[in-house]
Design a protein around this ligand. Structure first.
Ligand code: SF4
Ligand code: SF4
Length: 230
């Protein structure tokens, strides 16, 4: 569950919109990316080049990092010539291209490069269900420091065949998820839960898989109007 739960159940987020472009509209694609969207330049149905505007520090922004984590393995480089110079580029293979083009289909109803959403994490809880929360030694230390050494023991902690520790889910829900939708260890929850980004692709995927909600948050509104697409 996201940080939102600490103070308020509802998280306002502005997320990038995925848009498909034909290669001949590369200039539009670059402009769309510079406006905050994610451009998928479809070299073919089996090969997409994704364009992202980096942050001021030259690094990928969090939504781009999470999107690429969802299509694990994409190599990222910086465009060094032409109208997309300075943008980050990820060349995607067939499977990853299929996923990204599906995101473009999902986002086709949104006209701009970004979309404002209000996500109610307590009502949702999708990322606390059917998930795999990896634990690291720092998480176990935090459990102990907050008076819950029991959570650092085998039982609450499961180890997979590779020895990777993760939080026990006795059913499809995290054992720490209360029926009201709150986390009973919120103040010292694992880093995996702290890092999770509302409005990211894994968030949207969790909502779709668990709630059968395809990016349909209440009170959603379009943030901006963008360039024409291919
Ligand atoms: S899936 Fe997204 S909206 Fe739902 S609880 Fe997690 S971060 Fe919040
Ligand atoms: S510990 Fe469990 S209930 Fe709490 S935020 Fe993480 S996954 Fe959700």
């Amino acid at each position: 569950m996201s940080d939102a739960e600490a103070a308020c159940a509802v998280t306002p987020v502005v997320r990038p919109i995925w848009r498909r472009f034909a290669p001949r509209f590369l200039e539009h694609a670059a402009q769309f990316a510079r406006s905050g969207g994610f451009a998928a330049v479809a070299l073919s149905d089996a090969c997409v080049e994704a364009l992202f505007a980096p942050g001021d520090d030259g690094e990928l922004r969090p939504h781009a990092e999470w999107a690429l984590a969802s299509v694990d393995g994409a190599e990222v480089s910086t465009v060094t010539e032409g109208c997309a110079t300075g943008l980050a580029r990820a060349r995607l293979d067939a499977d990853r291209s299929y996923t990204v083009l599906d995101w473009c289909d999902r986002d086709a109803v949104h006209p701009g490069p970004t979309r404002a959403m209000r996500l109610d994490c307590v009502a949702c809880t999708a990322c606390c269900q059917e998930a795999r929360v990896v634990l690291r030694p720092a998480d176990l230390e935090r459990f102990r420091a907050h008076g819950r050494p029991d959570l650092a023991e085998d039982g609450p902690v499961h180890r997979d065949a590779m020895g990777v520790m993760h939080l026990r889910f006795a059913s499809l829900r995290c054992d720490q998820l209360e029926t009201a939708g709150t986390c009973r260890i919120y103040a010292f929850r694992p880093d995996t839960c702290r890092a999770f980004l509302p409005g990211s692709e894994p968030c949207l995927a969790a909502r779709e898989d668990t709630l059968d909600v395809r990016d349909d948050a209440p009170d959603a509104e379009t943030a901006e109007t963008g360039e024409g697409e291919s």
